[in-house]
Design a protein around this ligand. Structure first.
Ligand SMILES: *Cc1c(COP(=O)(O)O)cnc(C)c1O
Length: 395
């Protein structure tokens, strides 16, 4: 027996649910890529990306996913042999560092832990030791989508300043932009990158990079530059060069509509919505955790992300069976544990086009699965989520 029908619901951290308006925005013919309309579409989007990243720096749009944006940031700022410091807090900054190593950079990982955020004091201490200024860039993620952690980006920015170090500060915002506050200029970030398919409610395939003047100055001497990723080539007046070739017209239509929806809601309202829905998810997980089988991956409550929650499942109980039940019986797709958490956790995404019924429905289905599979759990998780939302959202 199943109780699924209709649309499968994606509760995975990317690609996420797209609004119908975004899907419909693509259902039209392509544009003449040399037309004024095309140029204006691009200029509007590049400007709106500045609004999102909160920077007066330059923005770039690539036909790529997040991995592509990683290469864009690295190839434009580094030379072969340059040393970079990767701040570990899960899987994704490590992956960014692996790309850098493959491209010829020398990568040092500041050891972290999958269960906590980066400690800014440790960053400052390491940079103070680097009296020769060997470290050219510091790489960190705002939200690690594997561990569910949110790093304190402004505090890390202050730590770099306090150390008096001039390494470029580069931040991955793939799982946070548009959903949680990010202040590129105010927080001292030199390069930020993101992707279209998570908080930004757009199909996979667009990658975004923002760079300030300091980063663009380094770029002038970067030895890893290649034609496709190159910032200089994309900064010219010729529209065709802004994409190093044909523009991804339909993805741009989708992005335009998604950003229109986001700005109509208001960025602050979007941040609040994400915070409240995340709190509801955490209320449910807290209740379930009373059964001593489920627990938050991130130990410190203040370090849990408002966009994705990673829930550990004790040995002897199978998160894969839980996911299979949710998907097969109810049409809700949960995220799997990845990296060190493979087979030991599941993830609930709450980013982008999400609302109360989607989140309460997802939590209800997880609770249903826990019960059907006889996985011990505290009672009343979904009820706790409802209480959390009702208390926060007044009549
Ligand atoms: C998803 C994700 C990426 C990778 O993005 P892809 O589009 O899958 O290449 C990078 N960083 C973070 C934090 C992510 O969540």
């Amino acid at each position: 027996m199943v109780v699924r029908a209709g649309r499968e619901f994606l509760a995975i951290p990317g690609p996420t649910t797209m609004p119908d308006e975004v899907l419909q925005a693509m259902h039209r013919p392509a544009l003449d890529i040399y037309s004024n309309e095309m140029v204006q579409l691009t200029d509007g989007l590049l400007g709106d990306l500045k609004r999102l990243f909160r920077t007066i720096g330059q923005t770039y749009i690539y036909i790529a996913n997040g991995h592509g944006a990683w290469e864009a940031t690295l190839s434009n700022t580094l030379s072969r042999g340059d040393k970079i410091l990767v701040l570990e807090s899960g899987r994704f900054a490590i992956g960014w560092g692996e790309a850098a190593a493959a491209m010829g950079a020398t990568v040092e990982v500041l050891k972290g832990d999958i269960r906590r955020a980066v400690r800014p004091a440790e960053v400052e201490a390491r940079l103070r030791q680097d009296t020769q200024g060997e470290i050219k860039a510091v790489l960190v993620v705002q939200v690690d989508t594997a561990s569910g952690v949110v790093n304190d980006i402004p505090a890390i920015g202050r730590a770099i300043k306090a150390a008096g170090h001039d390494a470029l500060f580069m931040v991955d915002t793939v799982a946070s932009l548009g959903c949680m506050p990010f202040e590129m200029d105010a927080w001292g970030v030199d390069v930020a990158m993101s992707g279209s398919q998570k908080g930004l409610m757009t199909p996979p395939g667009l990658a975004f990079v923002a760079a300030n003047d300091r980063a663009r100055e380094r770029h002038r001497h970067a030895g890893l530059r290649t034609p496709y990723w190159d910032w200089t080539a994309r900064e010219g007046l010729e529209h065709y060069h802004k994409y190093a070739g044909t523009a991804p017209v339909h993805l741009l239509f989708a992005l335009r509509k998604a950003l229109d929806l986001l700005f109509a809601e208001g960025l602050e309202a979007s941040f609040t919505r994400h915070r409240l829905l995340a709190r509801a998810v955490r209320s449910a997980v807290e209740a379930w955790a009373q059964g001593d089988v489920l627990e938050f991956n991130i130990l410190n409550a203040a370090e849990r992300s408002d966009t994705v929650s990673t829930v550990r499942v004790s040995t002897g109980y199978d998160p894969v069976a839980l996911q299979a039940y949710c998907k097969g019986k109810c049409g809700v797709v949960l995220g799997t544990g990845i990296g060190d958490l493979s087979g030991k956790a599941f993830r609930i995404a709450h980013m982008g086009h999400v609302n109360a019924p989607m989140i309460l429905g997802t939590l209800g289905v997880v609770e249903m699965a826990l019960r059907a599979l006889r996985i011990p759990h505290g009672e009343g998780g979904t009820a706790a989520a409802i209480r959390s939302l009702a208390d926060a959202v007044s009549a």
